[in-house]
Ligand binder design. Structure first.
Ligand SMILES: N[C@@H](CCC(=O)N[C@@H](CS)C(=O)NCC(=O)O)C(=O)O
Length: 228
């Protein structure tokens, strides 16, 4: 198969790209990277010494594509399907890129930082940094609520790359800083994302691994059961 995705079923940034692939039924080989296994780790690091997942290899074009946003832009250009994840019109495309960056930088990154503090040896978590991450998530939620307006998706009527970024970011962030009752649009958006078949499939594939998520007890009930 021409396209190989190196990743892990539990990893939120991998979900972002899986959603894009599943939206357009793009054929690819899903190669699981186990960072605790030297050979598996080397398989990823030979292409991208930074070592972050996911990574896309396109054997047909002998191309290596790291970074989720670049991967989705690449897929949208070289392997387009019925769901265009990047609008052609520039102002709409800029909005999609802005909200993609927003979810990566201000939801995924603070969420990842909070989870990484939980994995630290007891007593070594940085409380000041954790409070800053929680404050960023709170601010981000309020901005998302405002941005949603009456639209089903974050930049309007169409599902785009920005929604691919939103789904896993909000899925894990909600376990750390729950949504407020005063943010009904955010809650409804989160539920629409969970119901989107592409994301639902990525979550099903993650199910056997949720037991490794340190906040497994705060996952939505149907995934919590699987973690027990
Ligand atoms: N900016 C990167 C972030 C990717 C990222 O942080 N991936 C995480 C998994 S969700 C990872 O590889 N973590 C392993 C590590 O940091 O060692 C992207 O958009 O692809």
């Amino acid at each position: 198969m021409s396209i190989v995705l190196y990743g892990h079923p539990l990893a939120s940034f991998c979900h972002k790209v899986l959603i894009a692939l599943y939206e357009n039924a793009t054929l690819f080989e899903n190669r699981l990277v186990d960072l605790s296994d030297e050979a598996s780790r080397a398989d990823l690091f030979r292409f991208w010494p930074i070592g972050k997942m996911p990574l896309l290899r396109d054997e047909a074009r002998d191309s290596t594509i790291p970074e989720t946003t670049i991967i989705i832009e690449y897929l949208d250009h070289y392997y387009p399907g019925p769901v265009r994840l990047l609008p052609l019109e520039i102002d709409r495309a800029l909005q999609v890129r802005l909200w993609d960056r927003f979810f990566d930088q201000y939801v995924q990154v603070p969420m990842q930082t909070l989870v990484s503090h939980r994995r630290r040896p007891e007593g070594t978590a940085d409380e000041i940094e954790m409070a800053a991450c929680k404050a960023t998530l709170t601010t981000a939620y309020a901005m998302i609520e405002k941005q949603l307006g009456e639209s089903p998706w974050i930049t309007g009527e169409a599902f785009t790359m920005a929604d691919c970024a939103a789904a896993p970011a909000l899925f894990y962030a909600e376990t750390l800083v729950p949504f407020s009752q005063e943010q009904p649009k955010l809650g409804a958006y989160y539920n629409r994302l969970l119901a989107r078949p592409s994301f639902a499939r990525a979550l099903e594939e993650a199910r056997p691994y949720f037991k490794f998520y340190p906040y497994q007890d705060r996952l939505p009930a149907r995934f919590r059961d699987a973690a027990e």
